[in-house]
Design a binder for this molecule. Structure first.
Ligand SMILES: C[S@@+](CC[C@H](N)C(=O)[O-])C[C@H]1O[C@@H](n2cnc3c(N)ncnc32)[C@H](O)[C@@H]1O
Length: 286
């Protein structure tokens, strides 16, 4: 990855059990914070077939399947460990309306045109390269029936906090992402995807494009604190090769900042907010 132009893929290891554990707890936190898995979707009773792109361990798919037994929900992901886990949970929860398949969302997917009423995706900033976004949106459009809904949720930042070490590491993370062409940052100081989403949808012909902002507190004296602490601990450790290989920082500086971050996040004085956005649009009728 030392030559950023050669890099082409997901920034973390999709087969890592630690990454899977991180995604499971993050999913619970976010779906609760958003008020349910279909928040932002007008007229949810018109939805019968749903696809979740890069579904991870399947929390979102299972929530939809549980809440709406009349809906058939499919999750696709490139990872075997994630889809196996998700399918096992569907089985133990007796959710026969949820299924999971291994697929690469950067390629055309094996579903017929117009199959779905809703296509959902969350956190694709770490999956798609900048130039892959329009191709991905075109594939979602192909898979949606006219009048179908595309719903995309992305991080604004990795949590704005009062921890100087965490903020510095996050800065390096944004620089590293920019160097491997993930996100749309113009200066490496942010991820830059949320500012693009509504325009990307309108440019692709979507109508009634809306966006919804979310802010969830993760300070030391809140119930979300443990999740946030673990999320930061795991994300930065798993992303360490990305930091080093892109030259955003070096190993010595990374290790020192990582240790300092854990001390600062462990303080009773720690405060932070987790910001993200959902954009929703309707595929026009012919
Ligand atoms: C940041 S996670 C998001 C997971 C899930 N959407 C969520 O919100 O919890 C990214 C997921 O993308 C998957 N992934 C990475 N590259 C992929 C690809 N090319 N096609 C399909 N899934 C991919 C990973 O296995 C991982 O489960």
């Amino acid at each position: 990855m030392s030559d950023a132009t050669e890099y082409n893929g997901y920034v973390l290891d999709p087969e890592s059990p630690t990454e899977m554990a991180r995604l499971i707890s993050l999913d619970r936190f976010m779906t609760q914070g958003m008020g349910g898995p279909l928040s932002g979707v007008d007229n949810p009773s018109s939805i019968h077939k749903v696809l979740d792109m890069a579904c991870g361990p399947g929390g979102w798919v299972l929530d939809v399947a549980f809440e709406r037994p009349d809906i058939e929900v499919t999750g696709v992901d490139i990872s075997k460990i994630m889809t196996d886990y998700a399918a096992a949970r569907a089985k133990t929860q007796r959710l026969s309306n949820a299924s999971f398949k291994i697929m690469d969302i950067t390629q055309p997917l094996a579903f017929a045109d117009g199959t779905f009423d809703l296509v959902n995706a969350r956190f694709l900033f770490s999956v798609l390269l900048q130039e892959q976004w329009p191709i991905f949106i075109a594939e979602c459009t192909r898979l949606l029936r006219p009048g179908g809904v595309l719903r995309l949720t992305e991080l604004m930042d990795g949590g704005a906090t009062n921890s100087p070490a965490k903020e510095q590491l996050h800065g390096f993370f944004c620089q590293a992402l920019q160097r491997v062409r993930h996100g749309f940052s113009v200066n490496g100081r942010n991820i830059g995807v949320t500012i693009m989403l509504p325009r990307i949808l309108r440019k692709a012909g979507y109508k009634d494009v809306q966006h919804f902002m979310y802010a969830q507190e993760v300070s030391a004296d809140t119930e979300n604190y443990a999740m946030f602490y673990r999320n930061s601990e795991i994300t930065y450790q798993l992303a360490k090769p990305l930091f080093i290989n892109t030259g955003a920082t070096n190993e010595e500086e990374f290790d020192q900042l990582y240790k300092q971050m854990l001390i600062e996040l462990g303080s009773q004085e720690f405060t932070g907010m987790w910001h993200y956005m959902t954009a929703v649009g309707i595929k026009p009728l012919p």
